[in-house]
Design a protein. Sequence first.
Lengths: 221, 380, 344
Amino acid sequence: MSLKTAIRETYDGFKSLITGMRITAREAAKPTITVQYPHETLPMPDRFRGHVKLILDPATGQAKCNACGLCVRACPSNSLEVDGAKREGEKRKSVSKYELDFTTCSLCGCCVEACPSDAIEYSKEYNVVSRDRDDFAKMDIYKRLQAESEEWKKTHPTPPAPPAEAAPAATPTPATPVAATSSPAAAPVVAPAATPAKPATSAPVPAPAAASPAAPEQKPT
Amino acid sequence: MIAEKGLITSGHASDGTHETFTLNLGPQHPAAHGVLRVLMTMDGEWIQRAEPIIGYIHRMHEKMGENRSWAKFLPNTSRIDYLSAMNYTHAYVGAVERALKIEVPERAEYARVITSELNRISSHMVWWGALLLDLGGFTPILYAFDDREKILDLLEGLCGARLTYCYYRFGGLYNDVDDAFLKGTRDFVAHMKPRLTMYRELVTDNIILRKRLTDIGPISADMCRRYGATGPVIRGAGVAYDVRTVEPYSVYPKLKFKIPTYPQADSMARYLVRMDEMEQSLSIIEQALDLIPAGPFMAPKVPRVIKPPAGDYCYAVEAARGRFMVRIVSDGKEIPYRVKLRAPSFSNLSLYEEASKGMILPDALAMMGSLDLVIPDIDR
Amino acid sequence: MIDFLNLEPVRILLYLVAICAFVGANAAYLVLAERKGAGRIQRRPGPNEAGPAGILQPLADGIKLLAKQVMVPPGTDALLFRAAPLMVMAPPLMCLATIPFGDSIVAVNLNIGLLFVFSFGSINVMALMLGGWASRNKYAIISAARVVSQSVAYEIPMLLVVITMLMVTGTLDLSEVVKQQAGWFWHWNLFKVWVNPLMPVTFVIFFTCMLAETNRAPFDMAEAESELVAGAFTEYGGMGFGVFFMAEYANIVVGCCLATILFLGGWQSPIGALSGGLWGPVWFLGKMYALIFTVIWIRWTFPRTQFYSLLNLSWKILIPVSLGTLLLTGAMMKLMPFVFPSLH
């Protein structure tokens, strides 16, 4: 290696170092890009796949699920446990137990796809914390639905249909909120002027606080 | 030739008069990206023998395939190489589609290409940051993760997951690509091009990085062939082997892209191959965004219960680390008879023992970084 | 009162306390500054939970480290293992005693200050080596061997540069060196290109050697966490590690002080005016922290050098160039009075 190339190489090397320092200085002048997580959180996209949850039928205030068990069969890691019971005065079975083992769930979404009656969907909760292992190993999805159902009843002071009245499973157990951010105090929606004939179309689903953007809009009747 | 060109050797490594010692690198070591253990016989800082010991994160993915239905194995494919989950799912889905003779709609194929290439870029970004971390540069990984976050946000908006996507289905996709995703991807491509220039100026041109990678860790094309190394490792040895062109799949034949190769066969060549691949992937994404047609995203007749006819089917894809192949053997039942996964990282690692002989410790680690190993991919 | 303060033992005690406090506060808050600086460069805020804007972070770290047991691994040389952190912390304290922070703020104004600083500065290496050797750990041993060869390689160009500066200044007394650079900033040794046109290069060599001597990135061969886990400190926990960590910053402070004095005019004002009195320490600390900031900036920009290219850099580039500047300076000093008699 001649002296000339050696000097050339040293010069180029030094220049590349200066370039690098210029770039980091430029980046340092830009604003920070981090989200200070516990203090601020990001909204989840519509298609976010959290754990499954049962969908409330806005017409009856009960779960759409009829405990057919297809989701249990579709689950690759056997995380679901579903049981159903016949309510009084109903022909179909409806769900009475829906337990998810969140410790083995891989959030693949096979259950949601398998559901023939669109009775389960993904929750938007992502910071799920607890001090108790059982809150994950036996995550009671049905209990959460019951809490939603209670909310629904509050917004529907006059039960429109007799089946809702005869719901035996409506033990008012307040759901232990597992999600850190979810506060159950969803702004209570005042029921629109009662048109007892067709209450179903006008009933907005009281969305849990983590306001899923997919919540049906309130349609004026 | 490379060995003569400035590779430092100890000179007395083999005469047997020197005391050697054993260095147990890993399974918990900052350079072991996970749980790889390398048992090194050292003479001072020179490596006499480096034997990778694998299996610390073996999860029996192949066996799992044999005791669950075809569709239930789908989530597993995202978890073999968690950094290029899309590509891996593509291989499995492709194999089953080949067995069932399902014609996948064009729109789904283009969407698969776009998401696969996005996934390749994000995987290369992790590699880039982690390599620099191995070399002692801390800042680049954060810049890379900043950009990678944009890809993850896009894919999360599309399929709901950030890492283990499970987005492809037999015969199409889990859900349709929406306009927000297409627009976001276009914006990302425009954003990424100047960033790649920045990456080059900050790191690739840097004299310290060049000194650390040039002529270090030669892996010849012959060695690649003997060990079955693929991907950027073999392209860094000057062989233009890329599954996307040699065994074309999906809609890749309709897209124009170059296969970057570098004949130097050193760590720098592998580095440059990956940096060029990011550019090529961006160009592929741009073309695919222009070409993506409207239409269905699922094939019309996909049986509800998957029962491929008895037989032996293969499907290979170019994953971020090389050729990933799924071979499925069906006996016509609901459950696969055999699912064989050919993982690129395993082959890429197996040449490590031969290639690292006589190297100095930091160089050997730099070379390991240039192989871009994902340990769960090795152990499966 | 004044008489009491001027008593020699009292004065020494006061300076001792002041220096210990200075080193302690610097070491603690430079860690925070480093983390904040790294955060800025990487576009994140850095530590910001302990106290407002993370200002109490060093305190939290210190309490955490103090609360931990000081482990001596079985089979090690316990005496040397415990002595190493002390030996690594003592030299920078000693060095700072001779550093003039202002025109009258200096603990001991030695007429061999420069020599003193360098002889104590070299002990640092021995401490790291002892720590690595006494740890009975393979990574630590490799690190110790690296530290020694690196230090030997970089001591030479550094001292060659210092000899050059000695020829320019003609004194080993650090206060005297500063006094010669009075006036506008072109009187600083860094810009004295009429004495030696390669003076900025000399400064770059000095700065590079200082980075290498203090084991700072990109020359942090001793730590090299992706290769050697934590190098010589692998087996240290609790405050043993904490002292090593703080000593790194204390050494940087000493190195930057020296660079400020030798090249940047010490406590002299760059604009001629506003010097003397309390302005002295202000200018001095300003220059010193600017250099330290550069050190931090460099660390978060570059990858680590390879060990043999580090030695190559020293033996093949820095030593020849510093010898060249030495020769050039000597020749210029002898010849210039003949060429331009009016200048001298």
